[in-house]
Design a protein around this ligand. Structure first.
Ligand code: HAM
Length: 418
């Protein structure tokens, strides 16, 4: 048997249906906030991510699915969406349109990480990007939008972690101070040993508990913010308070991608274990310029769908199925059932029948196993009388319904039950 690739999961019913509900809810919230959808390729030029995310990040240094295509170009399965949303934004001339540009994107991402609970090599994100304004009000809009989606789908016990990463100006002094701190201590893991020289901020990202211990007492970016960044951060916090969004300041939150400036945030949820970040995001005021565009700021987030599904309460057990199963006895009844099947579907009902001429008993047991709401029985008698026997499978109640009105009657009863 050929198996799926490690870290890549099959998504099957009924999970696909729950995923669909979550995506519908997210789309509805995006609509209310005026965000519109982008659908972009899964493959991009490797250079886009190397430049956009940062060569020293774990993602670019060791987690990308990169290969050479038949033409000899280096291409990469997207590990995240922000860089490619910016690429599409620039390539399609969207920077010229007026006002803040608001987009969302839902789809798979690929990272060659060590698979574990909540960490996969193909995973899915609900991604949000707002381009064109540095106003702290936009930061708050994006955070409110995230919280609204998470609440709308039923997530409880969420925790919002907040930090400001400042701008390149305030980062200069901070990096110098941090470097002093890092070179003052020994015993870093080989990765951090290298990072402290080339990109000191990344040390905060290290997963080793030993390095995290060594980091105790490290300087915090928050103490180095320039007046503009400090004002921006203060306004974000003030507005979050005004909108009654609880948050915890987390001075060590640096996020795993290099493009962040100013506001950075993560949402964690209880019950996820080690991989407890359900969503993460922040400002990226330098990214659009870095990718060859105008000097426009941006901010966004991505929700990890697998992790979100993991912590959502299971769908109410009592959701009664809406499927109608048509059972028949004999060739004439089969033809009539086929016609009825078409009528029911045309009326918008979910309807199925079996085509293999099984016994009535086995057709009804199939209806049970499919968790149908009702089984409609059509035999010789029913054809003569012009009425079908309908069995409601939840309580075994039976009734006769005229064949000519079957679709309408079933539809109104299913609606009343639903
Ligand atoms: P990120 O923090 O790398 O940010 O990913 C966002 C979320 O994706 C994480 O919080 C997590 O829920 C989920 N995630 C990441 N890696 C995996 C994995 N291997 N398996 C399962 N879930 C995973 C970004 O990707 C940024 N592009 C977010 C952003 C948008 N920032 C601004 N705009």
């Amino acid at each position: 048997m050929i198996r799926a690739i490690r870290g890549m999961r099959d998504l099957l019913p009924p999970d696909t249906e729950r995923w669909h509900q979550v995506e519908l809810a997210a789309r509805e919230v995006f609509r209310r906030y005026g965000y519109r959808e982008m659908r972009l390729p899964l493959l991009e030029r490797t250079e886009l991510f190397a430049r956009g995310i940062g060569a020293e990040t774990d993602i670019v240094a060791k987690e990308m699915y990169t290969f050479t295509d038949r033409h000899g170009d280096s291409v990469t399965l997207r590990p995240e969406a922000t860089a490619q949303v910016v690429r599409a934004f620039l390539e399609n001339g969207l920077a010229r349109t007026a006002g803040v540009k608001r987009y969302f994107l839902i789809g798979p991402m690929f990272r060659y990480e060590r698979p574990q609970k909540g960490r996969y090599r193909q995973f899915h994100q609900i991604n949000c990007e707002a381009l064109g304004s540095d106003a702290p009000e936009l930061d708050v809009e994006v955070i409110l939008l995230l919280v609204d989606i998470l609440r709308e789908v039923g997530l409880k016990d969420l925790r919002l972690l907040l930090n400001s990463l400042g701008c390149p100006v305030c980062q200069v002094d901070f990096r110098a101070e941090l470097k002093l701190f890092l070179f003052d201590r020994e015993g870093w893991c080989p990765d951090c040993e290298r990072r402290r020289g080339v990109n000191a901020l990344r040390v905060f990202d290290c997963k080793s508990s030993h390095c995290q211990k060594l980091l105790e007492g490290a300087p915090a970016l928050i103490d180095f913010l320039c007046p503009d960044c400090a004002r921006h951060y203060a306004r974000v916090k003030e507005l979050l308070g005004r909108f009654r969004v609880d948050f915890t300041e987390q001075p060590r939150l640096v996020r795993g991608l290099d493009y962040y400036t100013r506001t950075a945030f993560e949402v964690t949820a209880l019950g996820l274990g080690a991989q407890d970040a359900v969503a993460g995001g922040g400002r990226y005021n330098g990214l659009i310029r870095e990718l060859g565009g105008p000097d426009l700021p941006g901010i966004g987030f991505a929700i990890g769908q697998e992790r979100l599904m993991e912590v959502l309460p299971a769908a109410a057990a009592d959701v009664r199925r809406e499927l109608v199963f048509l059972a028949y006895l004999g060739a004439a009844a089969k033809d009539r059932a086929l016609a009825l099947l078409g009528e029911l579907r045309a009326q918008g009902l979910a309807a199925l029948m079996d085509f293999d001429d099984r016994s009535l008993k086995s057709q009804l047991s199939l209806a049970d196993r499919l968790e149908a709401a009702a089984a409609v029985i059509v035999g010789e008698n029913e054809l003569q009388e012009g009425a079908a026997q309908v069995k409601w499978l939840a309580d075994s109640r039976q009734e006769r319904l005229p064949l000519g009105e079957l679709a309408g009657c079933l539809a109104s009863r299913l609606k009343a039950h639903g």
